[in-house]
Design a binder for this molecule. Sequence first.
Ligand code: FES
Length: 95
Amino acid sequence: MTSLTVLPSGKTYDVAAGQSLMAALQSVGEPIQSKCGGGAKCEACHVMVTEGRKTLSKIQRAENEKLDGMVGIASASRLACQAILGEEAVTVQLL
Ligand code: FES
């Protein structure tokens, strides 16, 4: 298990490590968008990871290519469908 804090709600949840950030957000009822079903193709699941970036899985090619083509990304940007939770606490800002 790990800890997931979601902004702007400010709620903190205990969620299973090893699942995608999107799956964790959906499991706790936070409003994360998805138009491609988690395939790194739609940008709808873009979030900012404000704490715990290093505990997430590394950005792989498909996510990197998608982020490269997006407007409004920052170093904290991740596609929630591609980022796998590690064992340490994470804070994400929903957009
Ligand atoms: S759900 Fe489409 S890119 Fe993540």
